[in-house]
Design a protein around this ligand. Sequence first.
Ligand SMILES: C[S@@+](CC[C@H](N)C(=O)[O-])C[C@H]1O[C@@H](n2cnc3c(N)ncnc32)[C@H](O)[C@@H]1O
Length: 191
Amino acid sequence: MTDLADRRDVETEVYQPAEDSRLLADAAIADLDSPSLALEVGTGSGYVAARIAAETGARVVGSDLNPHACAQARDRGVEAVRADLVGPFREEAFDAVVFNPPYLPTDPADERDDWMEVALSGGEDGLDVVEPFVASVGRVLAPGGAVYVLVSSLAGVDEVVELAAEEGFSAAALRDDSFPFETLTALKLVR
Ligand SMILES: C[S@@+](CC[C@H](N)C(=O)[O-])C[C@H]1O[C@@H](n2cnc3c(N)ncnc32)[C@H](O)[C@@H]1O
């Protein structure tokens, strides 16, 4: 049984599903063609991983730096591993890799040094986590596999497309959604 203190931890320490989570899950699920093994980096609550597993039949592994996120994702039935990006995973292991990264540009003076900061902050240009992800994800992608990554206009879609091109990926925008202060885009990267 979850007591009140545990619930408070979950709500303040684990990013809960929002418009970006839903946009990424919808775009990946609509595009995926019978994947057998997928990875969700930064799984948070496990919402995206659980939807992909339920709606495509894939086995989906989640990873997150945040141990509270791994615990919550496991409670949702997701196999979750505490990891930094794709570090511990085997070469060419996954048919698809999905990531809704921290992307908010953040002034170093405003950093909070907590798990919500880890979930939200993309550093000064919003790209601090996306950049190493794009640089490392190719190693764990099976031939013919695809990467699905959520990008905000606050960090810059063109910047992410350019980073991906430097790693040999071509990018396509699958769908987007506009809000008063940003547009969210689900990008698909393939080699
Ligand atoms: C915007 S939240 C997305 C959570 C969830 N996937 C969703 O869409 O609702 C970003 C997640 O990435 C995780 N994260 C941040 N940096 C990471 C890293 N280097 N490696 C793994 N996970 C990371 C955070 O802890 C957080 O759970």
